[in-house]
Design a protein around this ligand. Structure first.
Ligand code: 13P
Length: 341
């Protein structure tokens, strides 16, 4: 195993107050976001949007790594420079989403399993030769009546561990993303309990599959009440629940934890990360940062609207949101900074 290289990559990804930018929406997901924003859903618009992101001036000051999607890793700017080369040149480490999305889990109504393990070693070596140094695989866990089941959690965590082992063998740092969805009316405690069960099952499988935790990034959900739960929680309560849950279940050897935003508003996702650092400064055994997609991109996408004349303003908003998350990682964010642009 290329342990030294893997540890160097993970150290660079978790450095300073930076975080990761997830720009790995699959084509259907990207099209859905475009449709909501009134943007045409074509390959050229997706390319132009990703060009806007990777060429945003100042992005590298805030972002250590960007997660690409298979379509995007082969795309280039209008002037013909590959996005992956632009990122490398700027000092942003390119990563790649390698799962192939979810399907229904046979025998388990309402639950999902992630596909994409077949042929993965070959795809990883191709992505490595293109310059990708880390990867992402997302498992989805739904909370509902009688779910998640043990069968669903174990099947998904086993796949995450197999994927992680294959990545490390290829010199690629795995991000393991077991996402407990926000959808539903469950309360904070239910999300805490499910997230805890999922993390325990994940690390059990990671040990069994001989994954090196020093060369691994965990991408968890924050512990939140369901979107339609009548009792929402304040920022500090969520920060405390999230960090307590992770401290109980994530071994200190793990190199880094980088949250997904999961449908929280950008402001709340930032405020939650900030509160975790304010409350637990110097008490965390792992680097704790962000790996947001919507919570960094959404305001910029809404400014862009698919129009050339809006590119500069959209890029400024993208970098502004990323820099607010840098402040959160230092515990130095406050909502008044939202307007300082
Ligand atoms: P969100 O931050 O929009 O939840 O996306 C993160 C991600 O990478 C989902 O797989």
């Amino acid at each position: 195993m290329k342990t030294i290289e893997l540890v160097e990559t993970v150290t660079a990804l978790m450095a300073g107050d930076k975080g990761l930018l997830a720009m790995d929406e699959s084509t259907p997901t990207c099209n859905k976001r475009f449709e909501e924003a009134g943007i045409p859903q074509t390959e050229e618009y997706r390319r132009a949007y990703r060009e806007l992101i990777v060429t945003a001036p100042g992005l590298a000051k805030c972002i250590s790594g960007a997660i690409l999607y298979d379509e995007t890793i082969y795309q280039a700017t209008a002037s013909g420079v590959l996005f992956i080369d632009i990122l490398k040149e700027a000092g942003i480490i390119p990563g790649i989403k390698v799962d192939e999305g979810t399907i229904g889990l046979a025998g388990f109504p309402g639950e999902k399993i992630t596909e994409g393990l077949d042929g993965l070693p070959e795809r990883l070596s191709k992505y490595y030769s293109l310059g990708a140094r880390f990867a992402k695989w997302r498992a989805v866990i739904t909370i509902g009546a009688g779910i998640p089941t043990k069968g669903c959690i174990e099947a998904n965590m086993h796949l995450l561990a197999r994927y992680a082992a294959m990545c490390q063998e290829s010199g690629i740092v795995p991000i393991v993303e077991p996402e407990v969805l926000m959808d539903g009316s469950h309360d904070l405690k239910t999300c805490f309990d499910v997230t805890s069960r999922v993390q325990h099952a994940l690390f059990d499988q990671l040990f069994t599959q001989r994954v090196n935790l020093h060369a691994l990034i965990l991408k968890p959900n924050m512990v939140l009440p369901g979107l339609s739960c009548a009792r929402q929680a304040d920022v500090n309560t969520i920060a405390e629940a999230t960090v307590s849950c992770l401290l109980e279940s994530v071994p200190p050897a793990v190199a880094g934890v980088a949250f997904l935003s999961g449908g929280q508003s950008p402001e709340l996702a930032t405020a939650h990360l900030n509160a975790m650092h304010v409350m637990y400064r110097d008490k965390l055994p792992w680097a704790l940062t962000f790996s947001f997609a919507r919570a960094i991109q959404q305001p910029a996408l809404e400014i862009w609207k698919g129009k050339n004349e809006n590119v500069k303003a959209a890029q400024e908003m993208l970098v502004h949101r990323a820099s607010l998350n840098n402040a959160a990682r230092r515990g130095a964010y406050n909502p008044a900074m939202e307007k300082e642009k």
